[in-house]
Each structure stands twice: as structure tokens, then as C-alpha cells.
Write a protein that binds this ligand. Structure first.
Ligand SMILES: Nc1nc2c(ncn2[C@@H]2O[C@H](COP(=O)(O)OP(=O)(O)OP(=O)(O)O)[C@@H](O)[C@H]2O)c(=O)[nH]1
Ligand SMILES: [Mg+2]
Length: 182
């Protein structure tokens, strides 16, 4: 089980980013680091980047490739993670059920017991994006009992919603670290 270590005011956390191929995970990773939008290739394996957040929180972000042939190895990234960031392509209505099934499979893994998760409804700036309310209804995240979770709309392209996403991430991590220390 991972540990959100809190020495003095500093907190360190391991964050794993998952979601179907083309959801926008790698684009998000580099936007969160403050880069301009980057051109990405489908990720084979993973990218890992440190990210210092305000409030003395140091994250390590693991961005794992989401193509179907790669999903069998998702389980290899779960040990020691403090939080899951699950990225959805809001324009990909056809694959929403598949995305939800893969999320359920990840949360079902023993390493994920009581690990919080943040679902990012990405690509919200696109004209054909499903509205957040509809995504919320379709996902039914309440079913995942035993996990704290949050749902946030964002666009890795424009950056809208990313500060809120980091805030949600911080709150979920803090609730977990309190939980762990008791
Ligand atoms: N319109 C729009 N396109 C986006 C957004 N975020 C990412 N994309 C595009 O979606 C495509 C896939 O983005 P990636 O970041 O490579 O997706 P990924 O989730 O890392 O995909 P895998 O590595 O295959 O798992 C790229 O063409 C991105 O430019 C967004 O917020 N809005
Ligand atoms: Mg990628």
C-alpha cells in the first residue's frame, strides 16, 4: 500500500493516470506541468513526471498507455499508488461504456482498495463533448463504494478545469492521508 507521507508540511504522493487510448492523458500530463500543448504519440509503456503543487505537495505522475493491448499491464502500475486519475474523452460517447468497464476493473484490484480516484471529463471545449451532467449520470460513480472520488470537467487543450482538477486531487489526497494516519 502506498503512503502519503507527511513530514512537516510536505506531502508526497504517487498518482497513476489511466483511461482509454486517446483520452488525453499525455496531453494532460504536460499541461499540468505548465507546458504549452504538446503533440503526442500514443503512449507505449508509460511517462513519469514530478509535479510540485502549491502547499508543499510533491506528486509523481505516472501516465500509462491506454491502448487495449496495453491494458493487461495496467495492474502492474497499481502497487503503491495513492490516487488514480482516470481520464475520459468527453467526445467519445461510443466508448463511454468501455471506459467505465475498465475503470471498474482497475478499482476492483486489491491494490486499489480504499484508494481515491478523480475522473477527468477531458476535451470539454470540443463542440461535440457530452456535458458533464450527462457524463455524471452515465457513469454512476456512486456504485464504487469504499472509495472517495471526484468528477471534474476539463480541457487539456485550453487548460480550463485544470486548476480545479489539481484542487480536487489535493483534497482527495488529504482525506486519504488523514485516514491513513489514524
Ligand atoms: N479537443 C481536444 N483534444 C485533446 C484534448 N486533450 C488531448 N487531446 C487530443 O487527443 C489526442 C490523444 O491525446 P493523448 O494525450 O496522446 O492521449 P492518451 O490518453 O495519452 O493516449 P494513449 O497514450 O494512447 O493512452 C491528441 O490528438 C490530443 O491532441 C482536449 O482537451 N481537447
Ligand atoms: Mg499517452
Amino acid at each position: 500500500m502506498g503512503s502519503v507521507t507527511s513530514r512537516g508540511p510536505r506531502m508526497e504522493a504517487q498518482v497513476v493516470m489511466m483511461g482509454l487510448d486517446s483520452a488525453g492523458k499525455t496531453t494532460l500530463l504536460y499541461r499540468l506541468k505548465g507546458h504549452q500543448p504538446v503533440k503526442t504519440l500514443p503512449t507505449v509503456g508509460f511517462n513519469v513526471e514530478p509535479l510540485d503543487m502549491p502547499g508543499h505537495v510533491s506528486l509523481t505522475l505516472w501516465d500509462v498507455g491506454g491502448q487495449s493491448r496495453l491494458r493487461a499491464s495496467w495492474k502492474d502500475y497499481l502497487e503503491g499508488m495513492d490516487i488514480l486519475v482516470y481520464v475520459l474523452d468527453s467526445t467519445d460517447e461510443a466508448r463511454l461504456p468501455e471506459a467505465l468497464a475498465e475503470l471498474a476493473a482497475v478499482l476492483d484490484h486489491p491494490h486499489m482498495a480504499s484508494v481515491p480516484f478523480l475522473v477527468l471529463a477531458n476535451k470539454q471545449e470540443a463542440p461535440d463533448a457530452l456535458p458533464l451532467m450527462e457524463i455524471r449520470a452515465r457513469l454512476g460513480l456512486e456504485r464504487f463504494q469504499g472509495h472517495s472520488w471526484a468528477l471534474q470537467a476539463c480541457s487539456a487543450l485550453t487548460g480550463v478545469g485544470l486548476p480545479e482538477a489539481l484542487q480536487s486531487l489535493g483534497s482527495l489526497l488529504r482525506s486519504r492521508s488523514h485516514h491513513v494516519s489514524r
